[in-house]
Design a binder for this molecule. Structure first.
Ligand SMILES: Cc1cc2nc3c(=O)[nH]c(=O)nc-3n(C[C@H](O)[C@H](O)[C@H](O)COP(=O)(O)O)c2cc1C
Length: 333
């Protein structure tokens, strides 16, 4: 029987449980963008509670990004010093932590909002170099790896999606070509930093006509694995898929197929709120790793109680008010 608190391997990383605190912007900064004491406190509570892996809040590439007011920035003067303290807190509890990079716009030097079809080869190389530099910066600050967000509707998500990408060069057309911009980044990071975990967050599908289908996203995941990605995380904010004991939700069918198709770990998450259903999913599917975000916003150390009691339900009501506000604060609790 699998249990959410099993010790397990996640690629090269050893985890103390199957639970991932997934990317959640904190905006716990004070004047000048420095982290507030509350940020350290939050990470200490999460890391000491029974989580297996932490993925940081999203970091944007530059301060003009659409999500910059909500998220962290790799280029502020205190980044390495402050985040070294955050990663040290996690490592004190033997919890690995990945830094998440997600950007909505890309400024290629000529155009602040250059869409995937607009980028010249020089722009592609500039973008790739900036993401590789981000990996180095995360590594300097003690992160065990990084997660590149190629899910939701972020820039690279649009780049790999046939709905947005009509390029006629080697970065458009086939799945291999559309994913190439990310594959090349992964190859360079893994070649130069082999122990640095590279995780990619992807969408299982989207609803656009001629967009990303489930079949196509399986091919994307295979391309990413081939390039050297160490894990895949699915983003499914609006899909609730709790196992009801009768029939599997299409999303769970998709996840089982994905896990059959690739040999790297896959993280599943979205709307998971109680330990019993999570263990049910673990024991009725191929799933091995599960992520949660809002439950940690509602109560950073709730896993301590779950672990002690062998059961538990998050107090999070999934109202999503923490998401639509500038700070990721739970307004109910
Ligand atoms: C306040 C808030 C901030 C979030 N920030 C990020 C983020 O920085 N990066 C990311 O990939 N997803 C982010 N998400 C999405 C979550 O990672 C997650 O996919 C979503 O909340 C669904 O999971 P949950 O039901 O466990 O909350 C955020 C969600 C919330 C509510």
């Amino acid at each position: 029987m699998k249990d959410i608190f099993d010790e397990c391997q996640f690629g090269e990383l050893k985890l103390n449980s199957r639970i991932v605190r997934t990317g959640t912007w904190e905006t716990e900064t004070e004047d000048g963008g420095f982290l507030s004491p509350a940020a350290y406190d939050k990470y200490e509570k999460i890391a000491s509670s029974g989580v297996g892996l932490i993925i940081s809040e999203m970091f944007v590439l530059d301060h003009k990004d659409r999500f910059a007011p909500y998220s962290a920035n790799l280029n502020y003067v205190g980044f390495v010093k402050e985040y070294k303290m955050i990663t040290d807190i996690c490592h004190n509890y033997d919890i690995p932590i990945l830094g998440q990079l997600a950007f909505f716009y890309y400024d290629d030097g000529d155009n602040q909002k250059a869409e995937p079809n607009d980028l010249k080869i020089e722009g592609i190389r500039k973008l790739q170099a900036e993401v590789i530099m981000a990996a180095k910066k995360f590594s300097f600050a003690g992160f065990d790896g990084m997660q590149i967000d190629v899910g939701n509707n972020f820039y690279l998500t649009r780049f790999i999606n046939p709905y947005f990408n009509q390029r006629k060069d080697q970065y458009g057309g086939s799945t291999e070509n559309r994913v190439r911009i990310v594959s090349e980044i992964i190859k360079v990071i893994k070649k130069t930093m082999p122990d640095f975990h590279v995780s990619i967050r992807i969408n299982p599908w989207d609803v656009r006509k001629d967009g990303m289908t489930a079949e196509e996203s399986l091919k994307v995941a295979k391309e990413l694995e081939l390039a050297g990605a160490d894990s895949i995380q699915l983003t499914a904010r609006t899909i609730s898929y709790l196992y009801d004991g009768r029939e599997k939700n299409p999303f769970l069918v998709y996840v089982d197929n994905l896990i059959d198709e690739i040999d790297i770990p896959v993280i599943l998450g979205g709307s998971l709120r109680d330990m019993k259903s999570m263990n049910d999913v673990l024991n009725h599917s191929n799933v091995e790793f599960m992520s949660m975000s809002k439950p940690f916003v509602a109560q950073a150390d709730f896993l301590t109680e779950w672990k002690a009691n062998g059961e538990g339900v998050s107090i999070c009501q999934s109202c999503n008010n923490c998401y639509s506000k500038k700070t990721s604060t739970c307004f109910k609790y």
